[in-house]
Design a protein around this ligand. Structure first.
Ligand code: 5GP
Length: 186
């Protein structure tokens, strides 16, 4: 018996995916968040194995060549990828395995794992997205500019996803996500 499923959450940098995922994990024990591998340097407060597995470019390329990643992409100058093993295991254990990933990775999942449910998180407005990205205070001006450019491309692709959810107020957005995630499977 397994009701395990793969859930892909995508949306522009700064849209609030991290907060939404953390709230969902607190509320639902059957959710499992896949921890990605990245070549990006840790931000202040980020913990190895919890937020990401931080690896060198050489190690990342080795993982790609060994077929250890379910999907991977380059984003704003760094590589990011999903380790395949823990995803498989979570699904076998009947969990809802959540990937919080960018557009290129979500497209790969559509091709390799078509039964995955893919959700795009939209900001209430472009100005609000820019404000949120800057208010994090975590990235340089250059990194913010690259993320905003990429955000435009990602938002243009929102229609490719199974569901689009606008992150306006946290509570309402969580409820809309829950109605997508916990729809009874026939
Ligand atoms: P950040 O550097 O802000 O943590 O993440 C940058 C972007 O990379 C975000 O859009 C995030 O969703 C995405 N990302 C994180 N992990 C993965 C992954 O394993 N694969 C892909 N394709 N994107 C990821």
């Amino acid at each position: 018996m397994t009701n395990g499923r793969l859930i892909v959450l995508t949306g522009p940098s700064g849209v609030g995916k991290g907060t939404l995922v953390r709230s969902l994990l607190q509320r639902h024990s059957q959710l499992y968040l896949s921890v990605s591998v990245t070549t990006r340097s840790p931000r202040e407060g980020e913990i190895e194995g919890k937020h990401y597995y931080f690896v060198s470019r050489t190690k990342f390329v080795q993982m790609v060549e060994a077929g250890e990643l379910l999907e991977w992409a380059e984003f704003a100058g760094n590589f990011y990828g999903t380790p395949i093993e823990s995803v498989k295991q979570g699904i076998q254990e009947g969990k809802l395995v959540v990937l919080e990933i960018e557009l290129e990775g979500a497209r790969q999942i559509r091709d390799t794992f078509p039964e995955a449910v893919r959700i795009f998180i939209l900001p209430p407005s472009w100005d609000e997205l820019e404000r949120r990205l800057r208010s994090r205070g975590q990235d340089s001006e250059d990194a913010i500019a690259r993320r905003l450019q990429r955000a435009k491309e990602e938002i243009d692709a929102a229609g490719e996803f199974d569901f689009q959810v606008i992150n306006d107020d946290l509570q309402g957005t969580l409820e809309r996500l829950e109605s997508v995630l916990f729809v009874p499977v026939s």
